[in-house]
Design a protein around this ligand. Structure first.
Ligand code: ADP
Ligand code: ZN
Length: 730
């Protein structure tokens, strides 16, 4: 037999999901096992999940080595997947057991596949034919080889279950056990797609060629919202399916999946497999297993779908590749966009990064010749990017407690009179970001975090956006105890709704904010209602910036374009540029041109000027130069180290000690900044201290970090997290 197979009794090294820093030796079970097999092994008194990672080391007492309990009914983990997990672990400095947990996030993997009974036509004729019996047999004959569950068959024939059971006893109907985890229906790549415009067709052809090459390659597909990026990459998916390989489409937001699934169904005749937090546990397990067997051709999912055990992954699409939600920030800290590129390179697969406003990282990779770039230059159909201009708030006369300038008000009135829609954009949830006591100046903060509590009038509570803690709005100031002096300061979307109701009493208004929708369905309905013209003015947070199509929307008014430019985040400019361009892109579709108005106190700020001029290349070139000069990503390497503990002394002590013993980092020429209190110095009662490590692009930062961190013994309650290429600094 091949070296990939271990006979009964041979020693195998097993990686388990338990937090141990090494493989464990076991004896291969009766019947042997393959390299990569998913197994259940005894560990102390427990049974745990593991994967056969290689031959055993043999440095344990042989008489004490136990046997693998059993091999699970799942396709063994493939070599490229084992490599992938190892590479992600090395890159992100994550222990392998945590990687394996990420790759086995489906419930009941250890269970025998559950079976269910199905019914099909038998060989015998029933002893006595009745109307009811005849109807059952007719249904089975009509549907040829198909089998039904008892409930389905009885319902379709309009009979009781006992009629079917009677036919089973007589052999006229056959009862069979089939696995519950069934393959996904076949998608048909050869159904007609939309007739593509010239630049769309050319781009699609380049992507298809890449897929046909059977090699690795990454392409940035750039085009404004509505330019047909989705149509184009669906052609690449079709080509991948024709090649008999599997495809994965990552979306940044579950709220977008329904719309996308419908498009897949229209294009390929059937629905794809889904993988995200909104999918039932049974369905997750089915997806995990079927992906491994090659019985799911296309998976649409969230970032963790990257760790599904694809049998032959040929294409990964990362839609809205710039979206910050691709960065997972707790547990295993990784960026799904970058890991998608890694996975594809190990699988000889293609990657398509689609965006209207690419990240600077991807832009730089195109510049460096690592990625190919395709551009869709015009919107499909007629419309173009909306006309953009600034409203200079320094000269507008806005009463206190109000935020809509007279200029914006006039523009909105003009649209409502024409029966067109306007969007008022403010990226702030809740009613007011600050609640201030007018008697003593106290601002209400969270008891567990270094953050102010945000009033949510809809919920009638104060909410901490860091930890989720809520409390009722007090009537007296918690600090000076004076009654009736607490006042909201600044606007949130709920407060905007109040202002809009006052300024436009006739208008129909919809607020789109993630915490106003209990369910994905309610949100979907609200979105459909907007698309149908059921509203005049939409007030929205970031939620509206993503993907939804509102055909009647012709005006976007940004309440505070300066909001994202505050703070010390190195990506503040990039994010503001992207967000403003995306939000503006909501306006104007088809025949009606759009307009975007940005309220700002600094119209001459370079970022605001770049947004207005739409000079993307100019913006990226300037931003790239600034980052290059500062030696920060993507032109330098960074890592953020956050120490957190309920004990403030311990975090500062360890932080100071770490800053002293930096020999391993000094050797690679890295610099260490800190320790300093993290920008949010306390979350959920844990004090947070941060160190930043900066190194050259080519420096072997991971190995140095591992050696550095390895020198210290952590107090029991202290947590240390390392974030390579940090996206946000909090
Ligand atoms: P993007 O992904 O760039 O935002 P989409 O692919 O969603 O763009 O296209 C925007 C809208 O235009 C969709 O409703 C899409 O079906 C339609 N569309 C794009 N290209 C075509 C085409 N060639 N023929 C017909 N409709 C198209
Ligand atoms: Zn809090």
């Amino acid at each position: 037999m091949s070296a990939d197979f271990f006979h009964e009794g041979e020693l195998v090294g097993v990686l388990t999901t338990q937090p141990l820093d090494r493989l464990l030796d076991y004896k291969a079970p009766e019947g042997g096992c393959w390299l990569g097999a998913f197994v259940e092994v005894p560990l102390g008194p427990r049974k745990v999940l593991g994967v056969v990672w290689g031959p055993g080391q043999g440095n344990f007492d042989p008489s004490k080595i136990r046997a693998v309990n059993r091999v699970l009914e799942a396709a063994p983990m493939r070599e490229e997947m084992r490599n992938f997990l190892g590479r992600v672990a090395d890159y992100t400095l994550t222990p392998m057991p945590a990687m394996l947990r990420l790759a086995t996030r489906a419930p009941g993997l250890g269970d025998a596949p559950s079976m269910r009974k199905v019914y099909r036509l038998g060989d015998a004729a029933p002893e006595r034919m009745t109307d009811a019996r005849a109807r059952v047999l007719e249904v089975l004959r009509d549907y040829g080889g198909l089998s039904f569950t008892l409930g389905e068959l009885a319902e379709m024939a309009g009979v009781g279950a006992s009629v079917v059971k009677g036919l089973v006893t007589q052999g006229a109907v056959r009862e069979e056990d089939t696995p519950r985890d069934t393959p996904y229906p076949q998608l048909d790549p050869d159904l007609a797609g939309k007739a593509l415009a010239e630049d769309q067709a050319a781009s699609a052809e380049v992507l298809c060629e890449g897929v046909r090459s059977g090699r690795y390659g990454t392409t940035l597909l750039q085009g404004v919202t509505g330019s047909g990026k989705t149509e184009v990459y669906l052609e690449a998916v079709a080509e991948c399916l024709r090649q008999g390989r599997q495809a994965l489409v990552l979306l940044p937001e579950i709220a977008l999946t329904n719309e996308f699934i419908t498009r897949v169904e229209v294009r390929f005749g059937m629905k794809p497999a889904e993988w995200h937090s909104g999918v039932t546990l049974t369905e997750r397990r089915r997806c995990w297993r079927m992906v491994g067997q090659g019985a799911a051709q296309l998976v649409v999912g969230a970032r963790s779908a990257l760790y599904l055990p694809f049998r032959d992954l040929g294409l990964i699409v990362v839609d809205e590749e710039h979206d910050t939600s691709y960065k997972q920030e707790d547990g295993v800290v990784y960026n799904a966009r970058d890991m998608a590129v890694l996975r594809a390179s190990l699988n000889e697969a293609q990657v398509v990064l689609a965006s209207a406003t690419p990240s600077l990282e991807s832009w730089a990779n195109v510049e460096a010749g690592k990625y190919r770039k395709l551009e869709l230059t015009s919107r499909f159909g007629a419309a173009v990017m909306p006309k953009m201009s600034a409203i200079d708030m320094r000269v507008e006369d806005v009463p206190s407690g109000r935020w809509i300038s007279p200029s914006l008000q006039a523009a909105i009135t003009e649209r409502t009179e024409k029966g067109e829609q306007s969007l008022i954009f403010l990226n702030r949830r809740g009613y007011a970001p600050v609640t201030l006591c007018r008697a003593c100046g106290h601002q209400i903060g969270c008891d567990h975090c270094d953050a102010r509590m945000v009033e949510h009038r809809f919920l009638k509570r104060l909410v901490c956006h860091q930890c989720g803690e809520t409390k009722p709005m007090p009537s007296a100031c918690p600090s000076c105890k004076v009654e009736g002096k607490l006042a909201p300061v600044g606007p949130g979307v709920e407060r905007m709704a109040e202002e809009v109701a006052a300024v436009f009493p006739e208008a129909r208004v919809t607020v789109l904010s993630s915490d106003l929708f209990g369910s994905a369905r309610a949100l979907k309905e609200a979105i459909a209602n907007i698309a149908d013209g059921g509203t005049d003015i939409i007030i929205g947070t970031q939620l509206v910036a993503k993907g939804h199509n509102f055909p009647l929307l012709t005006l976007v008014g940004v309440i505070d374009a300066d909001l994202g430019l505050q703070g010390s985040d190195l990506r503040a400019a990039e994010r503001t540029f992207q967000l403003m361009r995306q939000v503006a892109g909501r306006a104007g579709r088809a025949e009606t041109p759009g307009e975007a108005l940005l309220q700002t106190f600094q119209p001459e700020h370079p970022v605001i000027r770049a947004i207005l001029s739409g000079d993307e290349e100019g913006f990226w070139t300037a931003e790239a130069a600034a980052r290059k000069a500062a030696g920060v990503p993507p032109y330098g390497r960074m890592a953020g180290i956050v120490l957190s503990s309920p004990n403030v002394q311990e975090v500062f002590d360890l932080g100071a000690e770490m800053a002293r013993r930096i020999e391993p980092l000094r050797r690679i020429g890295a610099e260490v900044y800190g320790p300093a209190p993290a920008p949010i110095a306390r979350i959920r009662g844990r004090h947070r201290v941060r160190l930043l490590v900066k190194a050259d692009k080519t420096a072997p930062i991971q190995a140095a970090l591992a050696e550095w961190v390895g020198q210290f013994k952590l107090p029991a309650n202290l947590r240390l997290t390392i974030d390579i290429d940090p996206q946000s600094f909090y």
